[in-house]
Design a protein around this ligand. Sequence first.
Ligand SMILES: Nc1nc2c(c(=O)[nH]1)N[C@H]1C(S)=C(S)[C@@H](COP(=O)(O)O)O[C@H]1N2
Ligand SMILES: [Mo]
Length: 359
Amino acid sequence: MSSLSERKARLIVHGDDPYNAEPPLDRLRAAYRTATRDFYVRSHGDLPDLDPDTWRLIVEGDVGPGMQLSLRDLRTRFPEVTVTATMQCAGNRRADMRAVAPVSGDPWDGGAIGTADWTGVRLGDLLSEAGIRGADHRHVAFESHDRVEGQPYGVSIPLAKALAPETLLAYAMNGDPLLREHGFPLRAVVPGYAGVRSPKWLRRITVQDRPSDNPIQAGDYKLYPPDVTTETADPTRGHTIDVMPLNAAICEPARGAALRAGPNRIRGYALAGDRAVVRVDVSGDGGRSWAQAALEHDPGAPFAWTFWTVDLDLPPGEHELAVRAWDSAGQTQPALPDDVWNHKGYLCTCWHRLRVSVT
Ligand SMILES: Nc1nc2c(c(=O)[nH]1)N[C@H]1C(S)=C(S)[C@@H](COP(=O)(O)O)O[C@H]1N2
Ligand SMILES: [Mo]
């Protein structure tokens, strides 16, 4: 197996500590299931190096007597399931917002996303074995082994999503044990939700009557209106980012590519959170005219992305390519980064545009 530093060398690294990196976009389009070595890494603290033999998962809160499970317990006491799902950071495509005004956080291009086969057990199976007690509107909180500004990483999801059949505790990614940077030995995978709700290096699961009060849940990953600044942001009034919105990106050609006049193949991805992508429009003239892309989607994977392909006939000159997707509710993406700008740079869903020169 390759080392972490070998894997780092393949990616565009935004930071070493915490480690954050994404692949060049053409690599994302190379396979429907992203090669694990090309999968982005988003971390907020250290990358724990955990011993799988002594590691235990604690399950507590509004449940029966509580449980402590080893990896072997998880593998032997619950059915094994594999879900093909896309993981995407809420900050994916943030770089495009900088054209409007500065934003905080790493300048992700469109590569803070990837699709994998996740194998593990259903969180719902584990919770029904644990036995849930108490009133409605419960939440499932997670605590991890990595530390962020002196505290363990922690988030929560609504109980209904925790019980949904697609929500997993995964020990394998693309058929191999999780790599350290992806949360070995166990992580949550919450398909359709922002990556932040899929905690890595799991330590504890707590069923409770309110969302996690950990700063990652209570303070970060909130969507604010454009007039809110770092100074005025009130996290209790920001919208908690769970389900991800409709988005699309051009993976090939690359930004600034030199192309030959005539038919040129344009390829990328699109995805619609917990909905389906029904149409993808691609423009070779900055959005004045549009062509329909052919769509490719794994029918067995409702929470995985849609790949799209179109051949555009491009005349010589400088052109702006643009893409916009449509979802099963008939909605499409806003045209400009100005339409979606927020000081944290989350949910950059405007048309993805890039300039190419054609000779
Ligand atoms: N424990 C822990 N879990 C975490 C994070 C983290 O920093 N610590 N980052 C989250 C975020 S913001 C994202 S986008 C995904 C990224 O998963 P990946 O690094 O496997 O691609 O993990 C999530 N789970
Ligand atoms: Mo993220």
